[in-house]
Design a binder for this molecule. Sequence first.
Ligand SMILES: Nc1ncnc2c1ncn2[C@@H]1O[C@H](COP(=O)(O)OP(=O)(O)O)[C@@H](O)[C@H]1O
Length: 179
Amino acid sequence: MTTERQSPVIVITGTPGTGKSTHAEILANESPIPLRHINVSEFVKEHGLYEAFDEEWQSYTVDEDRLLDELEPLASAGGIILDWHTCEAFPERWADLVVVLRCDHTQLWERLEKRAYSLKKIQENNEAEIMQVVLEEARSSYAPEIVVELNSGSMEELEANVARIVEWIEAWRKDRGLA
Ligand SMILES: Nc1ncnc2c1ncn2[C@@H]1O[C@H](COP(=O)(O)OP(=O)(O)O)[C@@H](O)[C@H]1O
């Protein structure tokens, strides 16, 4: 039950390149309570939670059942930031806040080019951002009041977003008599 946790589970999601890891790292540093940043893609690799490596897309096919089993105790304990480009796999009860990062598609294109992604992968992600695939996914998976869409186009926006999430953490704790 989410109400038993002393510390929240914050999901930061968005198309690759929107700024999830950057936000999560800064948030973990600035949070008033300890939060562990879990980069789910790295977690999958480190724990071997994949079925195969897809050469065409240059990405791992995640074994979702095993991933969820590994994450379950961490989510139950709380105090984590789940950073992943999708969020619909996570059980609804895990999340206290779902942040969906957005970015202008031309800016996203440049960020992904710098990552040396293939043209096909850049196009696919760019289209997903334009079609707001991750936002729709978040909206159909979680209660509307916990889903927040934030722009991640500049450093100013990044700082404002982190400050806003820190405020949310303080309010979450206060509501539960923890602060
Ligand atoms: N709000 C922002 N303003 C400017 N650059 C950003 C912003 N968010 C992310 N970036 C840059 O975009 C790139 C991708 O960010 P990253 O956090 O790795 O994205 P993701 O984890 O969503 O794939 C990095 O070079 C990062 O510095």
